[in-house]
Each structure stands twice: as C-alpha cells, then as structure tokens.
Design a protein around this ligand. Structure first.
Ligand SMILES: [Zn+2]
Length: 224
C-alpha cells in the first residue's frame, strides 16, 4: 500500500506528524520546535499530537531522555506503529476510560498518585495547590521486550509535567528474583497491605536520627 504524503491535509494531525518524522526528519535525526511549527502552522496542539505517537511505540527523545539535546530539540529515535495505515491508529492499549473504569483504577491504585504518592486533595509540599488524581497512560516494558501502554493513576502535576516514566517490568522482576527469603516475605506483606510496615529496628533508626548528638551517643553505648 502506498504511503501517503505528510503534507496531505486530509489526514489527521498525528498521522501527518508521523509521516513528517519519517519523510522529512528521518530516523535518528534531530528536529527543533520551530521546524515542527513551520511544518504545521496553525495547528495549536502539534506538540501534543507528536507526544501521542509514543502510545503507538514511537520513540521520540527530548532533553529529558537525551542529555545531548537542548530544550528546543527532540530526536526521532525509532518509528513505531504506522498510524497512517487503516485501523492502526486505534488505541488498543489504552481504550477510552469510562467513569466506572476510572473509579476502578482509582481503587486499584489506592487513591494515590503512582508517580509521587500524593492523595486527592492533599497539598503539594511546596505550594498551596491541592492534588487532583486522574488516569494517565504509562508505557510499560514487558518481559518479552514489547511495550504496552497501561492506565495508571497520577496527580495533575505529574501527569501534565510529563515525567516520561517508563515502567521497566523485567527490571523489577529480576530484582524481585534476587531478594532473600526474608526480604521476599517482607515485600509480600507490604504488597498485601498496600503500604509499607516498618520493623521495630527501622522505626528505631528513624527515631535515632531525630536525637541530638549526646542522646545518639547514649543509644550507641547501650548497644553491645
Ligand atoms: Zn503525582
């Protein structure tokens, strides 16, 4: 099937953006914000549509992922799903979130932002702003290397701040496999309770740290 031209205005913005990357920028190359704006004048949400491509496996690095880039540059690292082909631009990995599904996700994620841990209505430590929780889409690297987009609860700040978190499931699983039996039991109990219980020793360590120097010395001396 013939690949359409990126300049074809009958196509949607995201499709045109994908084709522009392939046909104009080329894989591995850098493009700037102003080049993007020049290619798509009058399209207000072009940055956002380009970010949407990540949900389809496109790898586009910013200065956050690639320290060699400056703030106005991005690198088209790798092409993903050819979204311009019929039926390919449907988000199988991230269907529309209904109100029911949203409630279910909130409960499953413990009513906390999975990026920073804040709860709904809680204030951020550095401001008077209260957090709102919503559903974000987090790319997850699966054990077989495929990327899948999974819904996750994030607060408005983490979601809009676009922390670009990618969950690395194989990494987590391999670290779990390396735990000792005792550590594994501890992890299982935290997972079951949905929170971390502190052992007496850990609680004492936290208390110890708050003690003045003489008091710390007394604790050190009390220990054999
Ligand atoms: Zn957050």
């Amino acid at each position: 099937m013939a690949v359409p031209d990126w300049a074809d205005e009958s196509l949607g913005t995201m499709k045109r953006g994908a084709l522009w990357l392939v046909q104009v920028v080329g894989e591995g190359n850098i493009f700037t914000k102003s080049q993007l704006r020049d290619a798509f004048p009058n399209i207000a949400q072009i940055d956002r549509r380009m970010r949407d491509l990540r949900d389809f496996g496109w790898k586009i690095d910013t200065s956050r992922e690639d320290v060699g880039l400056d703030i106005n540059e991005q690198r088209f690292v790798e092409q993903g799903i050819p979204v311009w082909e019929p039926g390919k631009a449907t988000r199988t990995g991230a269907p529309t979130i209904t109100a029911n599904k949203r409630r279910e996700l909130l409960a499953r994620d413990g009513y906390k932002c999975r990026a920073c841990g804040i709860g709904p209505g809680e204030k951020y430590s550095d401001t008077e702003l209260a957090a709102q929780l919503d559903v974000a889409r987090r790319p997850v690297v699966l054990p077989d290397g495929r990327r899948e987009v999974q819904p996750v609860i994030e607060c408005n700040r983490c979601r809009i701040g676009g922390r670009e978190l990618v969950a690395d499931l194989p990494d987590v699983l391999s670290r779990v496999a390396e735990l000792t039996m005792i550590e594994r039991k501890m992890l299982v109990s935290w997972i079951q309770e949905g929170s971390r219980r502190f052992s007496d020793a850990e609680q004492l360590w936290a208390d110890y740290l708050t003690l003045p120097a003489d008091a710390r010395e007394a604790v050190r001396e009390a220990l054999p």
